[in-house]
Ligand binder design. Structure first.
Ligand code: PA5
Length: 452
C-alpha cells in the first residue's frame, strides 16, 4: 500500500473534473507504452522495475561495504555530476541533519560532494579540509568520461594516495560506473578499486535507486531497504493501472500536461523543508532533461518556502501568469519543538505558545496556497506521512514514473539528453581532449571567426 497522496483540489478553479477525466484515454495509451517498454527511448527503461528486481545480494554488498568504510572515514567525498550527483545528494540531505558536521562523536560520516562544478576555490578548500580528516572517496560516473568528475577525481586521487599511500588509498576508493567501458572502469580495474555498475539501461537522472544513490545513502547511515520498500510499493501502484483515480503518478502527469497545454509554462516544485533543497535539484534534472526537447517542455524550477515566500513570493503572486506550483507536504516531523510561553511577551508571540513549529509551517503552506491560487497560480499537492526513507522511496519513484508518462503524453523521448551531450562534446573539444581533434579544430576556427 502506498502512503503518498496526490491532491488536486487547488487546481479545480482552473480545470474541471471533466477536463481532467478527458485525459484518461491519452494516459491509457502512454501508460501502455511505458509499462510495455514499447515507447521512444525504451532501451533506457531499466529504472521501471528496478525496485522489485533489486537483488538481495547487491543490497547486502552495499551495506557491508558501507559499514567497512564507515569504520575508517569521518568524511566521504562523493564525486559526480548530473544524475551521478543530484540523486545521492537528494537522499543524503533529505535524511540527515544539516548540522551533522558539527556533532562530536558522530557515528555517521559526513558526506560532502565534489566534481559537480569546476570551481578552483571549492576544490582547494575541500583539500584543506581533507588534510585534517580521515576520508574515503566514492567516484560516480556512468560514462566514466564527464570532464568535471574526472578532473576532481584526478585531484582527489593524488591527495588520497599522498595521504595514505597507494595501497591503503585503493581500499578507500569505490567506483560506480559502466560495466565494461570508460576511463573510470579502466582506472578501477588497474588499481583494484571496489566497483559497482550503473546498469546500461538506466539514464543518469534515473539512476538514484541503483548503487549511485544507494551506496552514498548507506554510507550516510540511511536505511536503504526502507527506501527500496517505499519505491517498490509505488512501482506496484504505478504499473498496475493507468486509472487517474488509482494511479497518483498518472493523475499528476495528466494534470501537469493539461496545465502546460493551457499556457502554464513553468512548474515550481515547492518544499517547506530545507532538507529537500537537493530533492528539488534532482527533480529539476529529471524533468528538465526528460521534457525539454524540440523547443517544447515545461520549465522545471524550484522554491524553498517559507524563505522564498519573502523573495520569489512577489513574482509568484503578481508576475507573469505562466506558473503552477506542486507542493510537497510531510505530515509528521521527526523531531518535536513547541513554541515556549514567555511571561513578559514583549515580542507579542504568546498567541502561538504551545503550538508546534510544524503546525505553524502547515499554516504557512495553506496561507501561500490560498494567496497563490487567488493570484491565478494553480496548486497541486503531494502529501507524505514523514521525512523518512520509506516516504522518500515512494516520492522518488512517483516522480520517475510521472516523468516518463509526461514525456510520452507530450510525444517526446523522455530518456535521452542530446542537449547535455552537446555541451559535453564542446568542452572536450575546447580542452583539446585526445580523440576530439576534428571538433577542436572546428570549434577553435569558429571562435576565431566570431566577432566578440
Ligand atoms: O542524465 C544524464 O544521463 C546526464 O545528465 C548525466 O547524469 C551527467 O551528464 C553525468 O554523466 P556521467 O554519470 O556519465 O558522468
Amino acid at each position: 500500500m502506498i502512503t503518498l497522496q496526490f491532491q488536486y483540489t487547488h487546481v479545480l478553479k482552473f480545470l474541471s473534473e471533466e477536463e481532467i477525466q478527458l485525459m484518461q484515454e491519452e494516459v491509457d495509451i502512454s501508460h501502455s507504452l511505458l509499462v510495455e517498454k514499447a515507447g521512444k527511448g525504451n532501451e533506457f527503461m531499466g529504472w521501471m522495475d528496478l525496485p522489485t528486481k533489486m537483488d538481495e545480494a547487491l543490497i547486502s554488498e552495499i551495506e557491508s561495504d558501507a559499514n567497512k568504510i564507515r569504520q575508517k572515514a569521518e568524511i566521504i567525498v562523493v564525486i559526480g555530476i548530473g544524475g551521478s550527483y543530484f540523486g545521492p545528494r537528494a537522499i543524503t540531505e533529505a535524511l540527515t541533519s544539516p548540522f551533522s558536521a558539527f556533532y562530536t562523536g558522530n557515528k555517521n560520516p559526513v558526506i560532502v560532494y565534489a566534481g559537480h562544478d569546476l570551481s578552483q576555490d571549492y576544490h582547494a578548500g575541500l583539500l584543506d579540509l581533507l588534510d585534517k580528516k580521515d576520508y574515503a572517496l566514492v567516484v560516480v560516473s556512468k560514462s566514466g568520461s564527464s570532464a568535471e568528475p574526472a578532473i576532481a577525481f584526478r585531484i582527489l586521487k593524488n591527495h588520497i594516495e599522498k595521504k595514505y599511500g597507494p595501497a591503503e588509498a585503493a581500499t578507500r576508493i569505490i567506483a560506480i560506473t559502466d560495466s565494461s567501458k570508460g576511463a573510470l572502469k579502466i582506472l578501477a580495474e588497474k588499481h583494484g578499486y571496489k566497483s559497482y555498475v550503473v546498469p546500461d539501461d538506466i539514464a543518469g537522472r534515473y539512476s538514484v535507486l541503483t548503487p549511485v544513490g544507494l551506496l552514498p545513502s548507506a554510507l550516510a547511515g540511511c536505511d536503504i531497504r526502507q527506501l527500496l520498500k517505499g519505491a517498490t510499493e509505488m512501482q506496484k501502484a504505478c504499473t498496475a493501472t493507468s486509472s487517474l483515480m488509482d494511479n497518483p503518478a498518472a493523475c499528476y502527469a495528466a494534470i501537469r500536461t493539461l496545465l502546460y497545454r493551457m499556457g502554464n509554462q513553468i512548474e515550481l516544485l515547492v518544499n517547506y523543508e530545507p532538507a529537500l533543497h537537493y530533492l528539488t535539484e534532482w527533480w529539476k534534472q529529471l524533468f528538465g532533461e526528460s521534457e525539454g526537447k524540440e523547443n517544447e517542455g515545461l520549465f522545471p524550477a524550484g522554491v524553498n518556502f517559507t524563505s522564498d515566500l519573502h523573495s520569489m513570493g512577489q513574482y509568484i503572486q503578481e508576475g507573469q501568469r505562466m506558473l503552477f506550483e506542486t507542493v510537497i507536504h510531510f505530515q509528521k516531523p521527526n523531531r518535536s519543538l513547541i513554541i515556549p510561553h514567555d511571561e513578559a511577551n514583549l515580542d507579542g508571540m504568546n498567541y502561538l505558545a504551545g503550538k508546534t513549529l510544524h503546525e505553524i509551517n502547515d499554516m504557512a503552506a495553506l496561507a501561500a496556497t490560498l494567496a497563490h491560487t487567488d493570484g491565478e497560480v494553480p496548486n497541486l499537492d503531494i502529501f507524505l506521512p514523514a521525512m523518512d526513507e520509506h516516504s522518500l522511496g515512494e516520492l522518488i519513484y512517483f516522480f520517475e514514473f510521472a516523468c516518463g508518462l509526461s514525456g510520452y503524453l507530450s510525444g517526446t523521448n523522455p530518456f535521452n539528453q542530446p542537449g547535455v551531450e552537446a555541451y559535453k562534446n564542446n568542452i572536450s573539444a575546447l580542452l583539446g581532449k585526445p580523440g576530439y581533434e576534428n571538433e577542436t579544430e572546428t570549434i577553435r576556427k569558429r571562435i576565431n571567426e566570431a566577432t566578440i
